[in-house]
Design a binder for this molecule. Structure first.
Ligand code: SF4
Length: 350
């Protein structure tokens, strides 16, 4: 979205004025075709636009060819150490590769990979992780070492006249990731892949990733995101979509609800979860819709004024609002049923 250069990964464009692209990684055994293609399809159904696969050996490469043919979205090969695997992955039809030139070894090996990437016209992602920084920058602060390690790799690719580059710099430390990306965004025009690495299990990752990735995106920095969560990668996609919708970078349905207090007249938590289930059935919607679930009619209507649909509880009934206007009062026992009808009608006609 915010870099000046655009890089194409198959039919998905990263950078420039394009939207922030959501990606993740498979965690199946890459040489198991069935398991891996099923997960790729699940991830795509959840909203993934790109999927990365670890390619570790010749067995993985063999399966990669079939995966590329069957995948509904472009695939990225994640390569460490072996430049020959990188070359074979490109020849297998992969749409982008992620390498760490430091791990690949001598510059001539990187040059060989670049030669084939040029021939097949695919981009290369390089970058740095705080855990594996280039020794030549060990006297720098961690964020500067991350920046200088990444720049070093970029310059190496540029030396071979290659410019289809995506850069990533990740740390499990939110502030380091934020600073490194902020600094490099002023130095280069290549698209940036954002992520907090080793971010932990669900709620830990959601907090770290939202803070780090969110702060960068709000500063206009970042073109593609991966939210790392230990566990099912479908959760990564759901979280990434929510983050982008929250930041106003992606259309979708936002369900907001009041925090509850002594004035609360209805079971807000239960009703909000019910509303979230109703809207889930509509899948990805290319419109911005906000639904507010409020606990009382004292502050509820005012707080929900800007919502498309709002409900505010009172002692015996609840008031339903559309675009800030009261449309009806429903009995408590009918709230869920009626609200669900109103939401469905609203979404279907817009
Ligand atoms: S909307 Fe009403 S119930 Fe909810 S937090 Fe505000 S005052 Fe309390």
């Amino acid at each position: 979205m915010f870099s000046k250069k655009v890089v194409n990964v198959g039919n998905v464009s990263i950078g420039g004025n394009n939207h922030v692209v959501i990606q993740t990684m498979t965690n199946t055994n890459s040489s198991n075709f069935e398991e891996t293609i099923n997960q790729i399809k699940q991830l795509n159904a959840a909203g993934a636009e790109l999927v990365r696969i670890s390619v570790r050996n010749d067995d993985d490469v063999k399966v990669l060819k079939e995966l590329v043919k069957s995948s509904p979205i472009p695939l990225i090969a994640d390569i460490h150490f072996n430049y020959k695997i990188a070359i074979e992955s490109i020849k297998a039809g992969i749409s982008k590769i992620r390498i760490n030139p430091g791990n690949i070894g001598s510059d001539w090996k990187v040059a060989e990979v670049v030669k084939v990437a040029k021939e097949y016209d695919i981009p290369i992602r390089v970058g740095s992780n705080s855990g594996s920084l280039d020794k030549r920058y060990e006297n720098d602060t961690i964020e500067m070492a991350m920046v200088n390690s990444a720049l070093h790799q970029v310059r190496l690719l540029e030396k071979y006249e290659f410019d289809k580059i995506v850069i990533s710099m990740k740390s499990s430390d939110v502030k380091q990731t934020y600073l490194a990306n902020k600094i490099i965004s002023k130095k280069i025009d290549y698209p940036l892949h954002l992520g907090i690495t080793e971010a932990g299990v669900y709620e830990d990752s959601i907090i770290s990733s939202s803070a780090g990735i969110g702060a960068l995106l709000l500063n206009g920095i970042g073109d593609t995101v991966r939210i790392s969560i230990s566990g099912d990668p479908v959760q990564e996609i759901i979280a990434a979509k929510k983050l982008l919708t929250t930041l106003g970078l992606k259309n979708g349905i936002k369900v907001i609800s009041c925090p509850t207090c002594a004035r609360t007249e209805i079971d807000i938590e239960k009703l909000t979860n019910r509303v979230k289930n109703i809207v889930k059935d509509f899948g990805d919607i290319d419109k911005n819709i906000t639904i507010a679930v409020m606990g009382c009619v004292v502050n509820g209507p005012g707080e929900a004024k800007h919502a498309d649909i709002a409900i505010a509880g009172s002692k015996q009934t609840a008031a339903i609002f559309k675009k800030g206007k009261l449309i009806e009062n429903v009995k408590k026992e009918d709230i869920e049923k009626r609200l669900s009808e109103v939401i469905k009608e609203y979404i279907e006609v817009i």
